[in-house]
Design a binder for this molecule. Sequence first.
Ligand code: FAD
Length: 382
Amino acid sequence: MIPVRIVVVGGGVIGLLTAMECARTGAQVDVVDRADIPSPWATSYDRHRVVRALHRGDMGLTAAAARGHDAWLEIERRLGTRFYHRVGALTAMAADDAPTNLTLLAWAGVAARALPAEDLAARYPRIRFAAGLAGVLEPAAGAVLADRMLAALAGWLRDRPGVRLHPRRRVVRVDDAGAVRLADGGVLGGDVVVVAAGPWSRDLVPAVLGKDLTLYRQTMLTYAPAPSPQAWAGMPAVPSLGTTSGAWLMPPVAGTPVRLSAASACRPVPELTDRVTPARWRDHLIDEFSALLVDFEPAAVVGATDSYYLADTASGRPVLATLCDGTVLAYAACGGMSFKFAPLVARALADHAVGRPPLRTGLGSIDRPREFAAAGSRGSSR
Ligand SMILES: Cc1cc2nc3c(=O)[nH]c(=O)nc-3n(C[C@H](O)[C@H](O)[C@H](O)COP(=O)(O)OP(=O)(O)OC[C@H]3O[C@@H](n4cnc5c(N)ncnc54)[C@H](O)[C@@H]3O)c2cc1C
């Protein structure tokens, strides 16, 4: 039997995991990226990404995220590299909301426990939690060291017969027949093309799909607090500090620095430009965390970086689309919290690509892809 030929556009977490899943079926896979593979410019490329199950009040997302956690452990085993550090994940919320969310996690099969207000203050004295907040702690959740994982994944693919990596080659157009046209004049052909170009995907999908997507830019601080990172020992990832601003923090994990951000530091922007943080957004986060962290030292903010993601304007969720009767599959919008779902999304994309019944991820926008007749991009060649 002639193996399926698949071209994957984009070497972020979705593209590389999709390539791995396709290669494991015996398909021939080309992975092409405008930058290095992995690329430090990819949204996926960071020191860490939080993997946790609880999505407050949402059964679908919570169940899918619980499966995502298991899938990350499986990928860690496959790659033989440790990158998933299960430091726990703490979600702060109004004390009245904690019992419902604990029930939700129990229903999804996730071990968790409640931390009443007095326990929160006693266990995490560095954080100034607002009065009336309780916590829900998922002890087995934590952080994927994204840059290490992507490097290991790229290494696995590089060594795999039937896989070819094409770094520093920019795709300018994907044709209806599955021809991938490159800025250097080259063409890569496949039976199926998977577009997983992260926040750049709008340039490669039909305008009728692109107009429904919003590009977001988010600022994050790197914090090296005194007297030593050991003072943060035992601190879990905190995807919600319980503020209206949506503040969150990543503790030091395996030598990484503290990272601080908030939903309020995420704004819609018209175009993807640089990653240099404007002073006002840096100052906004410094003000926010001056109020939230005990002994916060603005001088210990040693860096700030901006990164981008696309989301469906109406729902804020990721978007999967099939174009030209499935010749082209586009993960057109990655969303702001879907790293944790990446193994499930990649498996579903690979199933579509090789013609297997697709994995049911439990994520509506992935299990019911939007369909478009043509692949044509909005014509950008940036
Ligand atoms: C600040 C921030 C924090 C986040 N934290 C979390 C978190 O804690 N947990 C979580 O689950 N999710 C989180 N997310 C979301 C998560 O990081 C993204 O959903 C995910 O990384 C997107 O991966 P991707 O592979 O789709 O895109 P990317 O990682 O951006 O990869 C796209 C790749 O495509 C390449 N490319 C683009 N255009 C072209 C072209 N024309 N030709 C060739 N190659 C091209 C790029 O170079 C890039 O390598 C966060 C997002 C942000 C912005």
